[in-house]
Design a protein around this ligand. Structure first.
Ligand SMILES: Cc1ncc(COP(=O)(O)O)c(C=O)c1O
Length: 307
């Protein structure tokens, strides 16, 4: 029920007391349980925009207001990045019950600075750092900060770097007081034995680190190729990513839509966004080197065709 074996191994790996861990049915489950436990319908939770869609979805289904502070899109040479007005966010944080920050962020793979998180956790608000993609990043996990704060929760998952998304195993690292509250409202049997065993095995597999190293190299290669294409066509910008995908922002919404359809017809599935704030973007996941060569070749063919 508490997945004690898995918790023991995770505790050793992270060098954090096992009483700070909770295993969940994916990290999504913990996002929802934290909202249920710590926010009432009259409360507001705070996030940024764009970010992981489940934050707004879970807030909505639980009748909680989600204020997503819009980040400004800044373009410079081949690159684009979302920039958060940190002071505005900190001000809103004072009027919020829970803050959710994905670090690295989905969809752009950006990582907010440690100094900004330090300012957030000094406020009287619960801060949840979602580290679903941290293994792909050169930034340090903030899990080791948990023992020093009463209001910091770090979420991790076996769905991304460990490739076990379909088995639904996530975990949270949090103060014991918060853990007890979450355990008291959590379904006890929804992390199944298959998922626990797979997670346990994955933690001791050298393949995981090997794949992460390969993925980072392929990501760098892919971004360099994109820069070459960008210099020729100049109708899109590349987001520097610390996750396992790269977000592209195009100059108009027609290009990502037709490029998405074109790539789909070639058997390449990328993430298309229909929401108005993301309509100019496409997110491309990093796959095997030979797959990414095909992706770049097809993007070039598409752009050469005059789109
Ligand atoms: C930022 C972020 N957090 C959490 C999750 C959910 O992961 P899990 O499969 O552990 O529920 C995702 C999945 O896409 C994600 O992008």
């Amino acid at each position: 029920m508490l997945c004690s074996n898995l918790i023991q191994v995770l505790g050793k790996k992270e060098k954090i007391d096992s009483k700070n861990f909770i295993i969940s049915s994916g990290s999504d489950e913990l996002i929802e349980l934290i909202m249920k436990a710590y926010a009432n319908p009259s409360d507001k939770i705070l996030s940024v925009s764009p970010t992981f869609g489940m934050i707004s979805f879970l807030a909505q289904v639980n009748g909680i207001k989600n204020l997503a502070v819009s980040q400004k899109l800044v373009k410079k040479e081949s690159f684009a990045k979302y920039v958060l007005n940190e002071d505005q966010f900190l001000e809103e944080a004072l009027r919020s019950k829970i803050i959710f920050i994905a670090r690295p962020n989905n969809p752009d793979g950006s990582v907010v600075s440690e100094s900004f998180i330090e300012r957030l956790v000094s406020l009287p608000v619960l801060v949840v750092i979602d580290e679903a993609y941290i293994e792909f990043s050169d930034s340090q996990s903030l899990a080791k900060w948990v023992p020093n704060y009463e209001n910091l929760v770090v979420l991790r998952t076996f769905s991304k770097a460990y490739g076990l998304g379909g088995l639904r195993v996530g975990y949270g690292i949090m103060p014991d007081e918060i853990r007890k509250v979450i355990v008291s409202i959590k379904q006890p049997y929804n992390v199944n034995i298959a998922g626990q065993k797979a997670a346990f095995a994955a933690l001791s597999s050298p393949l995981v680190d090997q794949r992460i190293t390969e993925m980072k190299k392929i990501r760098e290669w892919f971004i360099n190729q994109l820069i070459i294409v960008q210099n020729q066509y100049k109708n899109f910008w590349i987001h520097q990513s610390e996750a396992c995908y790269v977000l592209l922002t195009f100059e108009s919404p027609e290009i990502p839509k037709t490029l998405y359809e074109y790539l789909y017809s070639k058997g390449i599935l990328v993430r298309y966004y229909s929401s108005s704030d993301m309509i100019n973007n496409l997110r491309i996941s990093i796959g095997l080197q030979e797959n990414m060569v095909k992706v770049i070749d097809e993007i070039k063919l598409f752009l050469k065709g005059g789109n």
